[in-house]
Design a binder for this molecule. Structure first.
Ligand code: FAD
Length: 404
């Protein structure tokens, strides 16, 4: 790591926030020769959640030299099974999506966030990327640049990239509000070992309280995202390991046999939150600073990585053409490109989630019919798979295997 010391320092760009979206953006900028600084305090505790990285995200990480360190910890997702586990009148058929059907080895890979972060941090160290190991305390934009104050001084940049999560200081400093909707649901997350192999297949049981999803990890292990009402989530989280393992096995219909739970349970109230704008004066928001989507359908960080890839691409293009990287035109282009992708994904996740919660028979019927059609009509199923893995409207260069 190339720790920046001294009270005042100047760079072309700063990435504020050391979550996965920020680390990827910083690596992309640095790899393209941009004089960027990462402003991020050290990670406090390991994140045991996992991320299902879609194929485009894996390609981007590979292009940035991060993926080799992830490989030992990542499991391929070759098949995705959806099981209607509701007890409703109109139930959908079981649907199996197979990556081979669209010529892919896997839809993506699942990895624990702690391993992903470690691989990103290692790449940052190898690149000797300048880093201020402090939180940003205040951010002020003016006509020529942005001043970011931290405990040991301040950094002056032309563009600040806010990757500082759902309570983003960059967003507040830019005067950007958010639209928010809370769901009556909570996600319980944990990792499990199990007796039988998962066969590289992720299984999503659709229940009346939300999805219950088992996603492969290397070996006979899987991660679980179990979406239930908050009271049930609290009750499950309070169980001892043996009782919880038995209850999860029951909910999974013993699909992968006897289970044991690993340390590191998480409880996440479900909400959707979108920033009113993705940019302000010389500030661009990426990742959860711009959009929070519920952990359904593996969209959140995949969107965040596309944000990081696109802002890096726009900065590199502006710089090459001799423009100011924090100019209004650059920021407007970013806002337009990213808003469409984030909004369409948020709407899809919201619709799916609400179709599970509703008792309204026609909506249940429509969901069942959609899955029936997807199961029976090959071209529709394949088009859906292709769009899920690599959205036609949002394919940054990094996701196509090209450096920014
Ligand atoms: C249960 C669950 C399962 C999920 N599964 C998936 C999945 O399978 N696939 C997927 O794509 N997504 C998934 N997601 C979403 C994914 O986890 C998030 O999108 C991702 O973690 C957000 O990353 P980020 O870098 O934007 O924000 P964060 O990870 O929140 O990082 C923000 C960083 O900014 C730092 N920070 C905050 N304030 C400051 C400041 N003032 N100065 C400097 N630094 C600051 C914080 O310390 C933090 O390190 C899931 C989410 C949940 C809750």
């Amino acid at each position: 790591m190339n720790t920046v010391s001294g009270a005042s320092s100047t760079f072309e760009a700063a990435v504020v926030g050391g979550g996965p979206a920020g680390l990827v953006a910083a690596i992309a900028l640095c790899s393209a020769g941009v004089d960027a600084v990462l402003i991020a305090p050290p990670v406090e505790k390991p994140d045991h959640r996992t991320t299902a990285l879609l194929a485009g995200s894996v390609t981007a990480l590979d292009t940035l030299g991060v993926w080799p360190a992830c490989v030992p910890h990542a499991a391929p997702l070759r098949r995705l099974r959806i099981v209607d586990d509701t007890r409703r009148l109109m139930r959908a058929p079981e649907v199996l999506f197979d990556a081979a059907e669209i010529g892919l080895d896997a839809f993506g890979h699942n990895i624990e966030n702690r391993h992903l972060i470690a691989a990103l941090e290692a790449r940052i160290a190898a690149l000797k990327l300048p880093r201020i190991v402090n939180a940003a305390l205040a951010i002020e934009s003016d006509a020529d640049g942005v001043t970011i104050k931290h405990a040991d001084g301040e950094a002056r940049v032309r563009l600040a990239i806010g990757a500082d999560g759902r309570r983003s200081l960059c967003r507040t400093a830019a005067g950007i509000g958010t639209r928010q909707r809370a769901y009556p649901q909570t996600a319980l997350t944990l990792n499990l070992a199990h007796a039988r192999p998962h066969d590289d297949t992720s299984t999503e049981f659709h229940t009346e309280s939300g999805p219950f999803t088992l996603v492969p990890l290397p070996g006979r292990r899987s991660s679980l995202v179990c979406v239930v009402d908050p009271t049930t989530a609290d009750a499950l989280a309070a169980m001892d390991d043996a009782a919880l393992a038995a209850e999860i096995e029951r909910r999974a219909h013993s699909l992968v046999g006897k289970m044991s739970v690993e340390q590191g349970r998480g409880v996440f109230p479900l909400a959707i939150e979108t920033a009113d704008a993705f940019t302000g004066a010389r500030i661009a928001l990426i990742g959860e600073a711009a959009h929070v989507v519920p952990p359904i359908g593996a969209q959140g960080l995949n969107l965040g990585l596309r944000d990081g890839a696109i802002i890096a691409e726009l900065v590199v293009d502006a710089r090459r053409d001799g423009f100011d990287i924090g100019a209004v035109e650059v920021l407007q282009r970013y806002d337009t490109q990213r808003r469409a992708d984030a909004t369409s994904r948020a709407i899809a996740v919201d619709l799916l989630n609400r179709s599970l919660l509703t008792d309204f028979l026609p909506v249940q019927g429509a969901r069942g019919l959609s899955l029936y059609l997807v199961d029976r009509i090959g071209p529709l199923r394949r088009a859906l798979m292709r769009e899920g893995v690599s959205p036609a409207a949002a394919q940054p260069r990094l996701m196509r295997g090209e450096l920014v």
